[in-house]
Design a protein around this ligand. Structure first.
Ligand SMILES: Cc1cc2nc3c(=O)[nH]c(=O)nc-3n(C[C@H](O)[C@H](O)[C@H](O)COP(=O)(O)OP(=O)(O)OC[C@H]3O[C@@H](n4cnc5c(N)ncnc54)[C@H](O)[C@@H]3O)c2cc1C
Length: 496
């Protein structure tokens, strides 16, 4: 059976999977580097590492054609082990796919061209906390929730709160250029990162400058943020910390229209106010999704706000100003308990029994633009996604705006088809039709096709349209310079 995924396995022909003699040689060398207990081969590797959490991974596994097909899986415990593994892979010209918490939703962390799956989760130590500078150096494999819990014990916070915190690693968050629910105030992951330790494809270890503000050439740290493992293996990350906030003030509003909510959000952001949470739900997301989460009757476009910080008086003022701005845009105040209940239950709906599962088809097509284009982005993307799925599939589409910047915002349209086709090719074709419609619409509206979930296998076919010929040439030039043999994640980010 052929697959309808535009990135076909033929893109990786130059490597293919390894021959049994190569697997044996690589595995025995890896055992010498990290110990037999940290090396698995063939089916054992596939069973231990079933792939990431994308629908693409789930549907392929369901039909017995797993996307993640490592020849060898190795769990590294230190930077020098990662260096040894990369040097070996480089000598043997074996592809390597780094793996953090495997919580990606785009199919990026799958070893879909075989080779070595490099598990970083044994690298889970905090190396240093600097309480004067409020910085911390943490190993890449540390779990985000465990990291936050450890910091909280010391009155500190990473402030990176993705809904996948219990699975995601710090390094995976950096590699996928992730974002958390507090991003509107504290920034996406790229704003948290000060510096990186990276192992290059040939095994060389680079310690990038300790701070990003400098005049010694381009800011190379950011080159690896969002590179999805294609340029180097991140082994440690120096991040900014914050003190835990002294208080959090919640509010909630019903807006006459989504445009009114966007106008209020724009005014809040462009006037220098910084709510930590600002989530604007369209009428579908408010009435079909948020309403259940907060157990309150909602009847249309709803915004949740949360303001936090170190100074109680400042927080009270900032909250009052945000509320005033909402009121001037026609908003009616709802119970603040809607906001605080959402905060308490914010992760519940990403877990069973609420999380989607087969035979459903699901995906989020987050996209981002400046304020001039944000309404058009919302209209164009949601209309195109609806038109792409024939009514008989009963697709639901719920959208919210939850990552705001001082120049624009993100839309987060999430679709679910309750029961997809029973055939793999047909299911993939329906999925691809919806994603393609969304990506093309986002570009037509002047947006960028992803805000924080990354590219992976899902969006790779759309990168050319995003960056154009010269943009792709630049990206490939960087890849060819750092990884001339294309050892790391070959074909990913459409770089080959
Ligand atoms: C229920 C759910 C909710 C989610 N919510 C959010 C959210 O709120 N915000 C958000 O941003 N994302 C979210 N995600 C997506 C996912 O959690 C993020 O993309 C996360 O950053 C991935 O981290 P990970 O450690 O699991 O990476 P993985 O899935 O293991 O890997 C992701 C990519 O990074 C590469 N990689 C991993 N570690 C390294 C490393 N050390 N060095 C180099 N490359 C590496 C991999 O090769 C792959 O390309 C969600 C996912 C799920 C399932």
């Amino acid at each position: 059976m052929t697959t309808a995924i535009p990135v076909s396995h033929s893109a990786y022909d130059r490597f293919g999977t390894l021959g049994s003699a190569e697997v044996k040689a690589a595995a025995s060398a890896l055992v010498g580097l990290v110990g037999a207990e940290h090396v698995l081969t063939g089916a054992d590797a596939g069973r231990r590492y079933p792939g990431d959490q994308s629908w693409l991974t789930a549907i392929h596994a369901h039909f017995g054609q797993p996307l993640n097909q490592p020849d060898v899986a190795v769990a590294a415990g230190s930077t020098s082990e990662v260096s040894g593994i990369m040097a070996l892979a480089s000598r043997m010209r074996i592809p390597v796919t780094p793996l953090g918490g495997a919580s990606g939703v785009q199919g990026a962390a799958n070893a879909n061209c075989g080779g070595i799956l490099l598990d970083l989760t044994r690298m889970n130590r905090i190396r240093e906390i600097d309480t004067a500078s409020l910085t911390c150096t943490v190993e890449a494999g540390m779990n985000v929730k465990a990291f936050e819990a450890e910091l909280n014990r010391q009155g500190l916070s990473f402030t990176h709160y993705p809904a996948s915190a219990e699975w995601a690693s710090v390094g995976g968050s950096v590699a996928a250029r992730g974002s958390g629910v507090l991003s509107t105030k504290y920034g996406n992951i790229q704003d948290h990162v000060l510096s990186l330790e990276v192992v290059l494809p040939d095994g060389g270890v680079v310690a990038l400058p300790p701070v990003p503000k400098h005049g010694v050439g381009p800011e190379m740290t950011q080159l690896f943020v969002g590179a999805e493992g294609t340029l180097g293996v991140i082994t440690a990350v120096r991040v900014k910390l914050r003190r835990l906030p002294v208080t959090r003030i919640f509010s909630a509003f019903r807006f006459p229209t989504l445009a009114d909510g966007i106008a209020a959000g724009r005014e809040i952001m462009t006037s220098g106010l910084r709510p930590a949470v600002m989530r604007l739900y369209d009428k579908y997301a408010a009435t079909q999704s948020l309403e259940k989460a907060v157990a309150a009757g909602l009847d249309g476009e709803t915004m949740i706000l949360m303001v936090d910080g170190d100074h109680e008086r400042l927080i009270a003022q900032e909250a009052a100003l945000c509320d005033e701005i909402c009121a001037t845009h026609g908003a009616r105040a709802l119970s603040p308990a809607i906001g605080s209940t959402w905060w308490e239950r914010r992760y519940d709906f990403y877990h069973p029994p609420h999380a989607p599962q087969l035979p459903q088809i699901w995906c989020t097509m987050d996209a981002v633009s400046d304020f001039t284009r944000i309404e058009a982005l919302y209209e164009e993307v949601t209309r195109s996604m609806r038109e792409a799925a024939d009514a008989r599939w009963g697709m639901t589409l719920k959208t919210h705006l939850s990552h705001w910047y001082d120049w624009g915002a993100m839309i987060y349209p999430r679709f679910i088809v309750p029961r997809g086709p029973d055939d793999l090719d047909e299911a993939l074709a329906l999925h691809d039709r919806i994603i393609t419609a969304a990506a093309e619409a986002a570009l037509r509206a002047g947006g960028v096709i992803n805000d924080h979930h990354g590219v992976g296998m899902r969006l790779a076919p759309h990168l050319q349209a995003q960056f154009g010929d010269e943009g792709m040439k630049l990206m490939r030039g960087i890849k060819n310079g750092i990884d001339p043999a294309h050892i790391l994640c070959p074909g990913k980010l459409a770089m080959r």
